[in-house]
Design a protein around this ligand. Structure first.
Ligand SMILES: Cc1ncc(COP(=O)(O)O)c(C=O)c1O
Length: 420
């Protein structure tokens, strides 16, 4: 028999093996200062392309004022207890009603965190006889929710409607035996690569198959659709999403989340969501803050217009310079380059130190080996000058990647690792 911790000492996992080189810089970096287009990293100003503050609400003076007033009025304790027991208020209900109306659903229910809420909603929606069919590239919270399911589940190829159809055929045969139903789960916008879930084609399959659709629209809410109601609105099929989810952690620049759908379904979830039944209610400061943010999203279309002005300038500028942005159809702006992990580290260091650009770097195992993904999140606070500086920097680092500069620097990193 082994000691439980043997595996921890033996294998630190795919990411933490880089910890000695990467921690504090590439992983767990500390960005300092007010949340905005320019922040400080290790004492130097950088253009920040890695924060999901799409609409620039995080540091908007009106938002800061409401957050501060709510904190003074309520502290961070109120209300105490789970919603069901002692943590329910008029304002929680008001926020739910306004969110439901905004995303065009009959009812909504608040979640303390998007991640746990997604896990719990999946858990509550399915019973043992039901079958889940979900996108293979789904966010970790969907995968964890599916893990709780005691019955069958099938994945379909990423955003591939033909593959979904094949899996719906399998699921339908199985459901006919078990007597259960089928839940399909997609994201509204896939947060790594930025493509929208093919929701319109997915709901068209409802003519052929009997299933319910659950959409995680973390990145679509506030950024897509005419009113900002998300990917369903953008694709004209919001009414056919059976359960809609969005987090407050992105466009709303806060903490918390919600689900929305038909009254009866939301009422069922309200009584069966373990993440809410057995956890303290969303604190009032966050509820008041969310009401303010929602009001601004509704009444200030210029926030979304500013965002898209930057998205369009950045994405078209990069494409004009021949960069590969993959299949993005949203604000998420991925730039794919070819190189190893040590080369990626040297490149990102150069971007930060010499060009003052801070963006997230994604490597294997999140994306295939040999690829480097520089992931950028434009926001309404960025300027066209930020875009211009960034485009020039990207041209320069591509040149250095191609002429082997980073390979040489990477060799030094590898040498240093061997000596450890
Ligand atoms: C697609 C998706 N779903 C869910 C979540 C989790 O939301 P939260 O940060 O509110 O826990 C995230 C990340 O924030 C996300 O990107």
């Amino acid at each position: 028999m082994n000691d439980l911790f043997d595996k921890i000492y033996r294998d630190r996992g795919p990411l933490s093996r880089w910890a000695s080189q990467a921690e504090g810089y590439f992983i767990f970096p500390k960005l300092e200062g007010e949340i905005s287009n320019r922040m400080k990293f290790q004492g130097k100003e950088v253009i920040t392309w890695s924060i999901n503050d799409y609409l620039g609400l995080a540091n908007h003076p009106e938002v800061r004022k409401v957050d501060a007033e709510a904190a003074t009025k309520y502290g961070s304790a109120y209300p105490m207890g789970a919603r069901m027991m002692s943590g329910h208020t008029e304002l929680h209900e008001k926020l739910q009603n306004e969110l439901a109306e905004f995303v065009n659903k009959e009812a909504a229910y608040l979640l303390n965190f998007g991640y746990q809420g997604m896990v719990s909603t999946i858990d509550a929606l399915v019973a043992k006889d039901d079958i889940i069919v979900y996108d293979v590239d789904a966010h970790a919270c969907i995968i964890d929710g599916v893990r709780l399911h005691m019955g069958k589940r099938f994945t379909y190829k990423h955003n591939d409607v033909e593959s979904l159809e094949k899996n719906l055929e399998r699921a339908t045969k199985l459901a006919e035996q078990t007597g259960g139903g089928i839940l399909v789960i997609s994201e509204g916008v896939f947060g790594m690569r930025g493509e929208q879930g093919r929701l319109k084609e997915i709901v068209a399959l409802k003519e052929k198959f009997n299933f319910r659709l659950f959409v995680d629209d973390a990145h679509g809410f506030g950024t897509l659709g005419e009113t900002g109601a998300g990917a369903g609105e953008e694709q004209g099929i919001q009414d056919q999403i059976d359960v809609y989810f969005a987090t407050f952690a992105k466009s709303m620049a806060s903490t918390g989340a919600f689900i929305a759908g038909d009254k009866e379904v939301i009422n069922y979830l309200k009584y069966n969501l373990r993440s809410q039944m057995f956890a303290k209610s969303l604190q009032m400061q966050l509820v008041e803050g969310a009401l303010k943010r929602l009001d601004m999203i509704r009444t200030m279309p210029e926030l979304k217009q500013n965002l898209w002005k930057i998205v369009d300038a950045l994405q078209s500028g990069l494409r004009d310079r021949g960069f590969d942005l993959g299949t993005t159809q949203s604000c998420v702006t991925p730039v794919y380059l070819k190189g190893s992990i040590p080369e990626a580290m040297a490149l990102v260091k150069d971007l930060r130190e010499n060009f003052g650009i801070f963006c997230s770097i994604v490597v294997y195992p999140v994306i295939p080996k040999g690829l480097i993904l520089l992931r950028m999140i434009p926001t309404a606070t960025h300027t066209l000058e930020d875009v211009e500086i960034t485009l020039n920097a990207f041209s320069a680092i591509r040149e250095r990647l191609q002429n082997g500069t980073y390979k040489r620097l990477a060799a030094k990193v590898m040498e240093a690792m061997k000596e450890e």
